[in-house]
Structure formats: structure tokens, C-alpha cells
Design a binder for this molecule. Structure first.
Ligand SMILES: [Zn+2]
Length: 299
């Protein structure tokens, strides 16, 4: 155990640096009587002084993003499993780039940055699972719930009988839901939030920031707040479209990232996020395209 870790039955929460702030994250370790498993091995596992390296038989991944696979190198002999829709992300850096969907110079910058920061280890031998799959570890079982939206294959895991629900990147942070990749989907994310709300559990662990929660009322309050960010973004868009605006003007205004943030992919994420909201708002008749690529709130 390291300082900051928590134990619930056979489950250990391996708290990441800065409470799992990106690029770190919070991982789970499960000491089954037959099988030892790690869920979402983060960058922080590399820096731990204990003897976890090489000791997992099984690695389960909530999805294939770089920060959730950063500790894979520590478990070269373990079998690796992820939802079949995210398998391509483990095939190598080209597969991961498909999930982001970036083009041109941004693709080159992102590729170099991921390779430098996260020590990507391709695992073409990884196996795909589907909704409802279970992994019996001896004494504890991990059950898979497919919760797409962040990526196509994003899943949450419930460890039984401990009742710990690992939320992956339904991460309850004040940033709000991230659905800015080519493989993200806003409507799927909303459905997944509702699915997670209905899953019976007694403890919840998010990969970033929030970490372990052991009170259902606190979990529901954070989940509501997290979901509300989607509505707040949409209301800010409707407000901004009180006058006709182009998509480029909307991207420059920013609805996801704060004005001071400076990362190479921000415009791409704002664009992908806006395209999904604009499509929905037009379908609902709340926004009209007054010219090609120029929008305003319907009068
Ligand atoms: Zn992610």
C-alpha cells in the first residue's frame, strides 16, 4: 500500500499523482484468490515504490485512451482486455490516432506527444469483451457495463461482492463530460450517464480528480453536476447564437475549455463538440443555419 491508497475487501484504489489529475489517474487493483487484476494502469504506477510491476495476471481497460494504458509496460505478461470497439486503440499509435480523428499537423504533434509522455506499448494480442462480460478472479468478480460516448467502447466495471463501481472517464470532474474525439458521441454519453446512475453499488471510483466516493448521495450529486455541464454548454451556445455566428467564431469563443487553456488540440475538440450540439439543436428547431456554416438561435 502507498499513502493515499484505499482498500475495500479485495479491491485497492491506487490513487494517482495529484489525485489522478491528467496525465495521471486512479487505478484499481484486485487481489482475487486465483487471479490478480489491475484496471486502467495509470502513469503513476510507474513511479510507485512497491512491487506491483509484473504481478498482475489480468489488465482490464475502461477504454483505450493514452492515460488509461500508460502503465501497461509494467504488465507485459498479463492478458489485456478492452471492449471490442476500442481494440484498435491498443494495436499501436496509428490505431489510437483513429480514435482521436485528428488530421494534418495536429495528428503529427499529438502522435509525438503521446509517444513521448506515455510510453505507449502496443498490445495487438489484447482481447475484446462485450457488455455483460464477467471476469472471475476467485472471491471477486468484475462485471462489464458498456457505457459509450467518451469513446465507442468505453465501459465501467463493478467489482462484486465489494460493490465498487469503477467509472473510468465518466469522471465526475468540474470540467464535465468529454465527447470531443472522432469516436465520441454526445447522445451516447448522456445515455451512459443515466445507465451509470441506475447501477447498484456502494462505492464509486473515478479515474481523474474525484477518486473514491463511499456515499450514494455524494455520488448522485456529483453525477448531476457532471451531467449539467452538457446543458450549460448548450445554453451558452444558444446565447452566443443570439446573433448569427460562423462555426469558426464559435470555436474561437470556446464552450469546453477555459480561455486561458493552451493545448494544441483545443480547436479540434471544440469543433467536434460544437458539431454534435449544432446538429441536435438544428434537429430540434432551436438553431437555424442562416447561411452555409452560419448559425443563429431560431427566432
Ligand atoms: Zn479517456
Amino acid at each position: 500500500m502507498s499513502a493515499g491508497d484505499h482498500r475495500i475487501g479485495r479491491v485497492r484504489v491506487l490513487t494517482g499523482a495529484q489525485n489522478g489529475k491528467y496525465p495521471a489517474g486512479n487505478s484499481l487493483w484486485i487481489d482475487g484468490t486465483d487471479t490478480r487484476a489491475v484496471i486502467d494502469p495509470s502513469l503513476s504506477l510507474q513511479a510507485r515504490g512497491d512491487d506491483l510491476a509484473g504481478r498482475a495476471d489480468l489488465v482490464l481497460l475502461s477504454h483505450a485512451h493514452e492515460d488509461h494504458t500508460a502503465g501497461l509496460a509494467l504488465f507485459a505478461d498479463a492478458s489485456v482486455h478492452v471492449h471490442h470497439e476500442d481494440l484498435v486503440g491498443l494495436s499501436g499509435i496509428d490505431g489510437l490516432m483513429q480514435i482521436y480523428g485528428y488530421g494534418g499537423e495536429l495528428a503529427a504533434i499529438t502522435r509525438a506527444w503521446v509517444l513521448e509522455q506515455f510510453a505507449q506499448v502496443p498490445r495487438p494480442d489484447a482481447k475484446g469483451f462485450a457488455d455483460g462480460a464477467t471476469f472471475d478472479l476467485g472471491g471477486s468478480t468484475v462485471r462489464v457495463f458498456h457505457t459509450p460516448g467518451h469513446t465507442r467502447g468505453h465501459c465501467v466495471f463493478r467489482i462484486e461482492p465489494e460493490g465498487v463501481l469503477f467509472l473510468g472517464d465518466i469522471e465526475l470532474s468540474s470540467f464535465g463530460p468529454y465527447y470531443g474525439d472522432a469516436w465520441s458521441d454526445l447522445s451516447d454519453f448522456e445515455r451512459s450517464i443515466e445507465r451509470v446512475r441506475g447501477i447498484d453499488a456502494t462505492a464509486w471510483v473515478s479515474f481523474h480528480h474525484v477518486g473514491l466516493i463511499e456515499d450514494r448521495s455524494v455520488f448522485l450529486e456529483k453525477l448531476d453536476r457532471f451531467a449539467a455541464r452538457i446543458v450549460e454548454r448548450e445554453e451558452a451556445m444558444l446565447d452566443f447564437l443570439g446573433e448569427p455566428r460562423t462555426l469558426e467564431q464559435m470555436i474561437a469563443r470556446r464552450f469546453v475549455y477555459p480561455a486561458h487553456a493552451n493545448l494544441p488540440f483545443i480547436d479540434a475538440v471544440e469543433r467536434r463538440t460544437l458539431e454534435q450540439h449544432l446538429a441536435r439543436l438544428q434537429q430540434q428547431g432551436r438553431v437555424t443555419a442562416v447561411e452555409p456554416d452560419t448559425y443563429r438561435t431560431t427566432l
